[in-house]
Unconditional design. Structure first.
Length: 95
């Protein structure tokens, strides 16, 4: 039995690089998972499918994390910095 299909769910796993995003996102910090959860829920609320929300959410989260880490350094960044970098990440994605 495939638990993901049974529960109609997706699992987002933390790795250095994923099949969805080329952003290794070295800026993982306390609270970054909460930021990702918020992004995913926001995309679902906008009508994206679960699969689309997971793919886009992981990608934009990684991109925002890279932007934040570049500005604040990996050691100095916080989850709030990822949130602050989201507008720049969305802008990069739409260019």
């Amino acid at each position: 039995m495939d638990l993901g299909n049974t529960l109609q769910s997706f699992a987002v796993l933390q790795r250095n690089k994923s099949d969805v995003s080329e952003h290794p996102f070295s800026g993982i910090c306390s609270g970054s998972g909460d930021v990702l959860t918020g992004i995913l829920l926001g995309l679902l609320a906008q009508g994206y499918s679960r699969e689309e929300a997971c793919k886009l959410g992981v990608y934009i989260h990684g991109l925002a994390g890279d932007i934040a880490a570049e500005e604040k350094t990996q050691m100095g960044m916080t989850a709030a910095d990822i949130i602050e970098a989201l507008p720049a990440a969305w802008k990069k994605l739409t260019l």
